[in-house]
Design a protein around this ligand. Structure first.
Ligand code: SER
Length: 336
């Protein structure tokens, strides 16, 4: 069997997608890769692992050849707030890295899954019920790289016949890996703080609605889209997918049902607030539903219940450990 390669396997989505792909295709058929040498023991011990920096085209090609890779899940990228703090590096990783992966895919006939994002939209996009095909003029470097990436993937499909497919992920909430510096990270941080301290200071303003998704649905979206019948795909890069949309006070109210003493206040970060305001309040994902049967399993109450059940147990077990998780977005991005 042709093998699967995951880039950015140590990241927020990669660490869980690797586990799901190894379950589906067999551990030996799924090669996890990341530019970080320090990764979880599980990632390294549960199947093949390679150190690959996707900005190094020769390194990408060598691993594709070594394992006879047939499909690449290209997840290596910087998230929005980190990208805004370092736009030059964001271009290098998000665009040069993608270009290298697409070139290798063209030469070695690989299929490619590439995540886009709600960040691919901007102020001039209709932000309520954001259509699949609409104006995309983002104002962040992250968004610029995501739109360019969508176009590049479509180009490689039309021009060279590379089987490229992608989704526009909303904010992703997981109980395993912390996000690495995005605008939607508050929706993960809030659980750790609620369980440990009963309070959270939110960096987005009350009323800031954004699309969100629980990690099991994010994994399902990637797997289902890659399994889809290509004849049914009118679109490819990239499908709107969503599972829920909420503002900070709405997730806080849902958490309060489980942790009655929970309180939240606000200390707005102007950089991330401006980014959030340029993103959809909620997307229309009917193209994904119609073309490949997209259906999420978790809504807000189901996601909150599961997050609290899983994290409460894990954090209780770790209570003796000193310190607390450091969130990537504890940086004040206004300082750059
Ligand atoms: N979660 C991402 C971010 O906030 C959106 O794609 O950057």
């Amino acid at each position: 069997m042709e093998r699967v390669l995951i880039t950015g396997a140590a990241g927020q989505i990669g660490s869980e997608l690797t586990v799901a792909l190894r379950k589906k295709f067999g551990a030996d058929n799924v090669v996890a890769s990341d530019r970080k040498t320090k990764t979880s023991i599980e990632l390294r011990n549960s199947g093949p692992f390679e150190v690959v920096d996707c900005t190094d085209a020769a390194a990408v090609e060598s691993v594709v050849k070594k394992y006879e890779v047939g499909t690449i899940y290209h997840l290596a990228a910087l998230l929005s707030a980190v990208a805004e703090a370092n736009p030059q590096l964001a271009w290098k990783i998000n665009i040069d890295g993608l270009y290298n992966v697409l070139e290798v895919a063209r030469e070695h006939a690989c299929a490619v899954f590439v995540p886009s994002s709600i960040g691919a939209f901007g102020h001039s996009t209709p932000l309520d019920g954001t259509p699949q095909d609409t104006i995309q003029r983002p104002s962040t470097m992250y968004g610029v790289t995501k739109v360019a990436g969508e176009l590049l993937c479509d180009y490689y499909h039309k021009r060279f016949g590379v089987d490229t497919r992608g989704v526009r992920y909303p904010g992703i909430i997981s109980n395993v890996t912390l996000p690495g510096g995005g605008t939607t990270d508050y929706a993960v941080e809030i659980f750790y703080e609620a369980i440990r301290h009963g309070k959270y200071t939110c960096f987005l303003r009350e009323g800031t609605k954004l699309d969100m998704m629980y990690m099991p649905d994010a994994i399902k979206a990637a797997l289902d889209l890659m399994d889809a019948d290509p004849a049914k795909l009118a679109h490819r890069n990239a499908f709107n997918v969503t599972a829920m949309s909420f503002a900070p006070e709405e997730i806080a109210a849902e958490i309060k049902k489980h942790i009655p003493n929970f309180t939240m206040d606000y200390q707005v970060d102007p950089v991330r607030q401006a980014i959030a305001e340029s993103w959809p309040n909620y997307m229309d994902d009917s193209a994904a539903r119609n073309e490949w049967g997209w259906r999420p399993c978790y809504d807000l109450p189901a996601m909150v219940k599961d997050m609290i059940d899983v994290l409460s147990k894990r954090l209780a077990g770790a209570a003796a450990a000193p310190g607390r998780p450091r969130f990537a977005t504890e940086t004040n991005f206004a300082r750059g």
